[in-house]
Write a protein that binds this ligand. Structure first.
Ligand code: NCD
Ligand code: ZN
Length: 432
């Protein structure tokens, strides 16, 4: 029994959460006392978050890179109990072998559950992948580890095929025919001009015509206009903390090179206002932990991407404390909707849901220091920002973070949407 305060019908109220032997929420009610209970007092109990967009670098990363083990501990410390791991590892997850290689790295090593996306670029592999993967990721433009992307003319057939397979499909929406090459980029502002808003809005414009039967989700939307078109079309999408909180008005720092680029301050502010109004359904980190030395290369040669799985909730909880963001808006975007999108019984304080819960003490602030975060990359775009990290994190009712320290075991599993056809990935054998 966990007692504390939680959002119930939009208001923070004292509650008691009873957890059954299977680690599910049994009931949620007013404090009645009696029985063994852990009382967190004024602290707030939230459902743990789901980060549906991360890039750990296994398999194929260099020895110093993020692994499934390190990345999932960072997730646990940040209050994230499920990550959606993207397929642009080496080799990319496109077929039987690459799928098996990556999924075998999860068992006994992951601190939280992992949903593995596959890349649908090899048509004859799609049926196999659809029985294992948790979702598909489609890149419309080249990015880290992905050079070849489908031509616009190939997309209608791809959407039809992916509609039949029913899994969620996340799309990196930038139209590379709208990229502008005007000299060597040396700053985030140059990068913004090279991969302009027009490229993103063109790609989003095309996607709004995709078949309604496709479970389509657009990754890292950077503008309020893009968000509005997707909302009007009824298409799921995410924004990242870096696009919500950082603009391209920073010096020539390759660490802040990311795809899509950081936008101008007015564009960032408009996206943040849309998020605050609850008009951005999902927040996700696009955690891309490039090593520090790669980010010290000249801007044009440095890789794109910023880390973020461990800071996703902490930086936004700090905005809640500052009165700039409603806790209910954050809880819906970080916990409820991404889990629902991925077909998982978590993310809400609901009887029957997994008791994946975090405890947040809003008086316990800290300053983010890249060197003390768990990722081996050792840096963060939010260096020095005030943040609030969960003091406790429970997975299936078992404490995995205590006093802000990881105390769990690597028993995370590969999961896939409950609505997906076929069997859960964990019970399939190689012969299937
Ligand atoms: C990502 C990475 O490094 O894996 N980089 C990025 O800039 N976001 C890939 C991606 O999502 O485009
Ligand atoms: Zn990404």
């Amino acid at each position: 029994m966990l007692a504390g305060r939680a959002l119930v019908r939009g208001r923070l109220q004292p509650v008691e959460i009873a957890i059954d032997d299977a680690g599910r929420i049994r009931s949620l009610g007013k404090i009645v006392g009696g029985g063994p209970r852990h009382d967190v007092g004024e602290s707030v109990i939230l459902p743990a978050a789901t980060d549906l967009h991360v890039h750990f670098r296994e398999p194929g990363g260099p020895p110093e890179a993020e692994t499934i083990a390190s990345g999932t501990i960072g997730a646990a410390l940040g209050g994230v109990s499920l990550v959606g791991e993207m397929p642009n590892t080496r080799p990319p997850v496109t077929d039987v072998e690459s799928w098996q290689e990556k999924s075998s790295l999860v068992a006994g090593r992951a601190a939280v559950d992992v949903l593995l996306y596959a890349s649908p670029v090899v048509p004859r592999e799609l049926a196999f992948l659809a029985r294992r993967a948790g979702g598909f990721k489609v890149y419309l433009s080249p990015t880290t580890g992905i050079e070849n992307v489908p031509a616009a003319s190939e997309l209608p057939a791809l959407w039809d095929r992916l509609s039949e397979l029913r899994l969620p499909v996340s799309v990196h929406a930038e139209d590379p025919t709208r990229f502008v090459s005007a000299g060597r980029p040396t700053s985030p502002a140059d990068w913004d001009r090279a991969r302009p808003v027009a490229a993103e809005e063109a790609a989003i414009g095309e996607l709004t015509d995709a078949p309604k039967s496709l479970r389509l989700h657009v990754a890292h939307v950077t503008t309020a206009a893009g968000a509005r078109s997707l909302r009007n079309a009824g298409i799921s999408f995410e924004a990242t903390p870096h696009h919500l909180l950082l603009s391209d008005k920073v010096g020539a720092d390759a660490r802040l090179k990311v795809n899509p680029p950081l936008r101008t301050e007015p564009q960032r502010e408009a996206l943040w206002e849309a998020f605050r109004r609850g008009e951005v359904p999902i927040v996700a980190s696009d955690h891309a932990p490039h090593p520090r030395d790669a980010k010290e290369l000249p801007f044009d040669r440095a890789p794109s991407g910023v880390p973020g799985v461990e800071t996703l909730l902490p930086v936004l909880l700090s905005r809640v404390r500052a009165g700039e963001l409603d806790l209910g808006v954050l809880q819906a975007a970080a916990c409820d909707r991404p889990a629902r999108w991925l077909g998982q019984p978590l993310g809400r304080l609901l009887p029957g849901h997994r008791a994946n819960l975090i405890v947040v003490d809003f008086t316990n602030r800290f300053r983010i220091d890249g060197r003390t975060l768990h990722s081996p990359c050792g840096w963060t775009p939010f260096e020095g920002w005030e943040a609030i990290r969960p003091q406790e994190h429970y997975r299936d009712g078992v404490r995995v973070v205590e006093g802000g320290e990881y105390v769990g075991r690597p028993d995370g599993r590969v999961v896939r949407p409950e609505y997906a056809s076929g069997e859960p990935a964990a019970t399939l054998t190689d012969a299937d």
